[in-house]
Design a protein around this ligand. Structure first.
Ligand SMILES: C[C@@](CO)(OP(=O)(O)O)[C@H](O)COP(=O)(O)OP(=O)(O)OC[C@H]1O[C@@H](n2ccc(N)nc2=O)[C@H](O)[C@@H]1O
Ligand SMILES: Nc1ncnc2c1ncn2[C@@H]1O[C@H](COP(=O)(O)OP(=O)(O)O)[C@@H](O)[C@H]1O
Length: 292
């Protein structure tokens, strides 16, 4: 049995440069892994089947699951014929803007690479991941990175900022496709903030980071879900710090470089919401099982 951890991400910046002809948007985003994770167990099957189970009833366990899609994509790419049963212990909220599904898919790619001995590089796994979803290539690497294109062009930064994020997941279901559809040209920019963000993180200007955070999708998500806007204002008044949204939402987060501040904030926010998490920024996945 093989064990893989699949971490959540938050978007520290998310700029949209414009709409493309293929139904996607050209984006430029700073992604950061946080230590909220799903756990996957991969068990070889003698009959060559791909099957899965999940602790969460909110995700399908058939071909719609990104884990199953990743296993098929891996077999197509490598010719690996082995079967696998995937046990998914789900802890990352679903459809939350935290890339839980993409991260699970990336974990299956890394896990099958190890199990099969196929020896694909992380770059090759990331390229394969793009067939499954825009965020999967980033999730193959994890850590701090800028993702461009539709998300699949990833530049990694080895730096791990000493930062905490308090995440809040209001139980609202958000469709990523609907949010992108709601963008208008006034949401687009030619001047993405990603380089500025990465520089501030590298220079340890952690208090500046919260000022640079930007998410072009926030206007749309907040207009689709006015209750989220109200919640954000309430959280800001409790936290006395800026509150941000990850990805297409609805997860909100507050950043602080001080662990005791994060813990205090967690205690205060638990009074108004059930799904609150104190997370630390973490680096990328070890490359031990892939050629470099
Ligand atoms: C918004 C982001 C930010 O990190 O994350 P989440 O909120 O999903 O975590 C991503 O761009 C989401 O990536 P992901 O969830 O992998 O998207 P995909 O499955 O590839 O696409 C879902 C749908 O979103 C739209 N889409 C996605 C990516 C992109 N660059 N432009 C788009 O317009 C398309 O309509 C697409 O059909
Ligand atoms: N392993 C998985 N975990 C979570 N969601 C999954 C998974 N496989 C497929 N999905 C589907 O993908 C959609 C987006 O899920 P998720 O990746 O959690 O959100 P987001 O893209 O907002 O970060 C959901 O509608 C869910 O049903």
């Amino acid at each position: 049995m093989l064990f893989q951890r699949a971490y959540a991400k938050i978007n520290l910046t998310l700029d949209v440069l414009g709409r493309r002809g293929d139904g996607y948007h050209e984006v430029d985003m700073v992604m950061q892994t946080v230590d909220l994770s799903d756990v996957l167990w991969l068990e070889p099957r003698d009959d060559g089947e791909i099957t899965m189970d999940s602790t969460s009833s909110s995700v399908p366990v058939d071909e719609r699951n990104l884990c199953v899609q990743a296993a098929h994509a891996f077999r197509r790419r490598t010719g690996f014929r082995g079967g696998v049963h995937i046990q998914l212990d789900k802890h990352i909220p679903v459809a939350a803007g935290l890339a839980g599904g993409s991260s699970d898919a990336a974990a299956v790619l890394r896990g099958l690479n190890q199990m099969s001995g196929a020896g694909l590089t992380l770059d090759e796994l990331a390229e394969l991941g793009a067939e499954i979803g825009s965020d999967v290539p980033y999730c193959v690497y994890g850590g701090l990175a800028i993702a461009r294109g539709r998300g699949e062009r990833v530049t990694r930064y080895p730096h791990v900022p000493a930062m905490y994020a308090v995440l809040l997941h209001p139980r609202i279901f958000v469709s990523t496709a609907d949010v992108y559809k709601g963008l208008s040209p006034s949401d687009f920019t030619d001047a993405p903030r990603s380089e500025t963000m990465v520089q501030a993180l590298a220079e340890g200007q952690l208090e500046r980071v919260a000022e640079i955070v930007h998410n072009a999708l926030e206007r749309v998500t907040m207009s689709l879900y006015p209750e989220l806007k109200a919640l954000k204002e309430r959280v800001a008044s409790i936290a006395q710090r800026p509150v941000h949204m990850s990805g297409s939402g609805p997860t909100l987060y507050v950043l602080t470089p001080v662990q005791t501040h994060a813990q205090r904030l967690y205690n205060a926010l638990r009074g108004i919401m059930k799904d609150v998490y104190v997370c630390r920024f973490v680096g990328g996945y070890a490359e031990a099982h892939a050629r470099s």
